[in-house]
Design a protein around this ligand. Structure first.
Ligand SMILES: [Zn+2]
Length: 421
């Protein structure tokens, strides 16, 4: 009997403090649905579900016929299942970590280094930069999902400098004037002016930041109490962030970075050096295997200001939505294929009228998550079909042909991470 190359997984949950509490969390809901034995504590945050082989959350294999306990252990001994190109390029390891996130309070504003910088930082300061890899990320919304991503167009930043004198104060007249004058010039002088403004903000003295933030919070609160709408300067968001992170420099970042509210199925891609933050909502996320994060605020953690100001991509971009392509071979399949080799995310939306759905075979190990619907999965060689419902996670070895029979005639929503080389 051939060893199974397709099997269900039980995935690790991370209870970080910023997660949504109890059963309001998509992570908790998926967990409760897939594992009726899982007891959800309503007073505990369920922040992340890790679907992969990361040492801090290696998925457990739910198949008695397999001797290895975890996905990481199994892959180490079955590297061919990664796919031949993936195996060679990523040295016998699964190159991505697939996650579900349920965000209640904002995560830190951050950026991730490219490979070259990651190698340098890891060599210089391994205590802050634990590996030498880059960490591109993609988030696809499951519910309405709010985040900050990339620098705003300069016109928008200039408008905030006029409307928010506290913001202008921290940046200073000189840098603000330089930014204004860079308008209409070449992109290099604009980037340099933007860098100068951002660096002034980040290098402001803590005491001055707190003073200016308090002035702004007071001003917005008074205006809101008087019945005035402050949405032209994101009054509500500013108050919300200040409540979560009082006195934090990151509160001002909303005037520098694009604010995105993704609808379910919409995505953002965070390439190297793009400043970003997740603010609220649920998403599936895929990333390269790395823990290298340079933080810029909304955090009590270490902020490496010089590295951050130096590394960021100061290219203002308005439209940060990342659009999937509909597959030519499968009308139910949408492919989010970022310009990095490490991962691709697929979304499958199958109407309940389809009795059987064939999952596209790819030359890569992949991980499939059932967000909605109920199926039984089988391959040409499986003896017993594998039942999967909402929250179910399936590992699929490279080139395996998996067929899903709909157990009930209701629509299916599936996400899958793989590596298309
Ligand atoms: Zn990130």
């Amino acid at each position: 009997m051939a060893a199974p190359r397709v099997f269900p997984l039980s995935c690790a949950v991370q209870h970080y403090a910023w997660g949504k509490m109890g059963s309001r969390s998509e992570v908790a809901q998926l967990l409760a649905s897939s594992d009726p034995g899982a007891a959800i504590s309503e007073d505990k945050p369920y922040a992340e579900l890790w679907m992969g082989s990361h040492p801090r959350g290696d998925a457990k294999i739910l198949d008695d016929r397999i001797s290895q306990k975890t996905l990481g252990q199994w892959i180490a001994e079955n590297q061919d299942c990664l796919g031949s190109k993936v195996k060679d390029m990523f040295h016998g390891k699964l190159p991505f970590l697939f996650k579900v996130l349920s965000v209640e309070t904002a995560l830190s504003i951050q950026a991730h280094p490219n490979k070259e910088l990651a190698e340098k930082l890891h060599l210089q300061a391994p205590q802050h930069y634990p590996d030498a890899n880059h960490k591109p990320e993609m988030a696809v919304a499951l519910t309405s999902f709010q985040g900050l991503c990339g620098f705003r167009p300069v016109e928008e930043i200039l408008t905030f400098l006029t409307k928010v004198p506290e913001f202008q104060f921290l940046i200073g007249d000189k840098a603000a004037t330089q930014l204004k004058q860079s308008m209409g010039g070449d992109s290099r002088s604009m980037a340099s002016a933007l860098q100068s403004c951002f660096s002034h903000l980040m290098k402001s003295e803590k005491k001055v930041v707190v003073e200016q933030l308090n002035l702004l919070v007071k001003r917005i609160s008074q205006q809101v109490a008087a019945g005035n709408n402050m949405e032209d300067i994101y009054g509500e968001l500013l108050l919300q962030l200040h409540q979560q992170y009082p006195g934090d420099i990151g509160c001002f970042a909303i005037y520098f970075l694009n604010l995105l509210t993704l609808k379910p199925g919409e995505a953002m891609f965070l390439e190297a050096n793009v400043p970003h933050a997740y603010l609220k909502g649920d998403c599936v996320e895929c990333m390269a295997c790395s823990d290298n994060t340079v933080r810029a605020g909304l955090t009590p953690k270490f902020i490496d200001v010089p590295t951050l100001c130096e590394m960021l991509s100061y290219t203002p971009t308005k439209d940060r939505l990342f659009l999937p392509a509909q597959s030519q071979e499968d009308p139910y399949l949408y492919i989010y294929d970022p310009p990095v080799p490490d991962f691709t995310v697929m979304k499958m939306q199958v109407p309940g009228s389809v009795a059987e759905y064939k999952v596209l075979a790819v030359d890569s190990a992949s991980i499939l998550l059932v967000v909605q619907g109920r199926v039984t999965a089988s391959t040409p060689t499986t003896q017993t079909p594998i039942p999967l419902q909402r929250g179910g996670v399936l590992f699929i070895g490279a080139n395996e042909r998996v067929s899903l029979k709909l157990a009930v005639p209701s629509d299916l929503l599936l996400f899958r991470a793989c590596c298309l080389l």
